[in-house]
Design a protein around this ligand. Structure first.
Ligand SMILES: [Zn+2]
Ligand SMILES: [Zn+2]
Length: 350
């Protein structure tokens, strides 16, 4: 189906995408992205010159084979394998809700700890049919993730504006940040700068083992911050994967979600299979507290944007009403909601 027109470049990019989605090592997907970059602009005749292709920087044995097989007009074996694996593990149950999702409010680029430039993320989001994607790179305190200083974030705002100005209509890249929740519940970025952003996702990345009472105060403070739109991966737990597992933070979930509901802050349903955050019982508490939700990918590479499937499946299974999921809303309504603090200085019950 359309595979006749599969170019070597498209094959390499799709392989990188599928490796990212299955969260293979960064090294593996990066190698295929490098190979794709290495052959961009080359004609098929140039690619058929095997000796010179071999010598090209960024082309290894695997990518060489992929290119040869694509030139022969067939789906490269490695790509076929990855497609089959992706088809086998894709969730089906959430497809009804998944179809209602219009965008994603949590993603990273190479400006912080993501794998690719911003435009590769935009291209993938458009490919999924998203109407919008928020670019939410990390804040200064998260040095291991190359968090953005106020100056770098200001520069990034200009880059996002340029991308939106140049891009075809029908898609909007929203400005944003995944801002660290500091130990006292303050947010790790200049308040005025936070006020300029479309989307503020507040998440804790340090001191996740705090005692229950101070952790509750910390998360309630973040949820009550006038600039917070989304409370990210609220328990910080890791249930599987290469980083190992980590238990959820302990806090009074009812108090935290009531603060979210009172301030119109959306509770993130983090779609990453290794997070599955919040856990099922907490999603139930948030539903009963009357919270809004945002189903986000937390993608660190283009292929991970499609992980929304998992979040949609969980939200659907746990009975989260679609109407309360802000990422089912059209852009205009979403913007009215994220702009609520700027215009009105408080929750208006969106
Ligand atoms: Zn995070
Ligand atoms: Zn993130």
């Amino acid at each position: 189906m359309g595979d006749e027109s599969l170019t070597p470049l498209a094959a390499l990019e799709e392989i990188a995408y599928l490796l990212e989605r299955e969260r293979a090592s960064r090294y593996r997907s990066k190698a295929f992205r490098a190979a794709a970059a290495a052959i961009t602009g080359l004609t098929d005749d140039q690619l058929r010159d095997a000796a010179s292709l071999r010598r090209r920087k960024g082309i290894g044995d695997s990518s060489f084979t992929v290119i040869q097989q694509a030139l022969e007009g067939r789906v490269p074996d490695y790509l076929a394998q990855l497609r089959e694996a992706a088809g086998d593990e894709a969730p089906k149950a959430g497809s009804g809700l998944r179809a209602k999702l219009r965008g994603d409010l949590h993603s990273h680029s190479e400006w912080s700890d993501g794998l690719t430039p911003i435009d590769a993320m935009v291209e993938a989001a458009r490919g999924l049919g998203h109407e919008y994607l928020a670019l939410t790179d990390h804040s200064p305190r998260l040095r291991v993730a190359n968090g953005l200083s106020p100056d770098r974030l200001r520069t990034q705002l200009g880059v996002v504006a340029d991308i939106n100005a140049a891009g075809p209509p029908g898609f909007t890249l929203l400005t944003g940040i995944e801002v660290d929740i500091l130990e006292d519940g303050a947010l790790d970025q200049e308040p005025d700068l936070l006020g300029e952003l479309d989307v503020v996702v507040a998440s804790a990345h340090s001191k996740l083992r705090m005692e229950r009472a101070p952790m509750t105060r910390r998360l309630v403070a973040a949820a009550s911050h006038p600039q917070t739109d989304v409370l990210g991966h609220v328990t910080g737990r890791l249930v599987e994967g290469s980083r190992g597992t980590r238990p959820p933070s302990t806090f009074d979930a009812k108090a935290v979600f009531e603060a979210c509901a009172a301030h119109g802050v959306a509770v993130e349903i983090n779609s990453r299979p290794e997070r599955q955050d919040p856990p099922d019982d907490l999603v139930g508490i948030a539903v009963r507290a009357g919270c809004l939700f945002s189903i986000d990918s937390d993608a660190h590479a283009p292929g991970q944007l499609s992980l929304l499937d998992y979040g949609a499946e969980r939200a659907s299974r746990l009975g989260v009403p679609a109407e309360r999921i802000v990422t089912t809303w059209p852009l205009e309504r979403l913007r009215a909601w994220t702009g609520r603090t700027r215009d009105a200085g408080g929750s208006e019950g969106f």
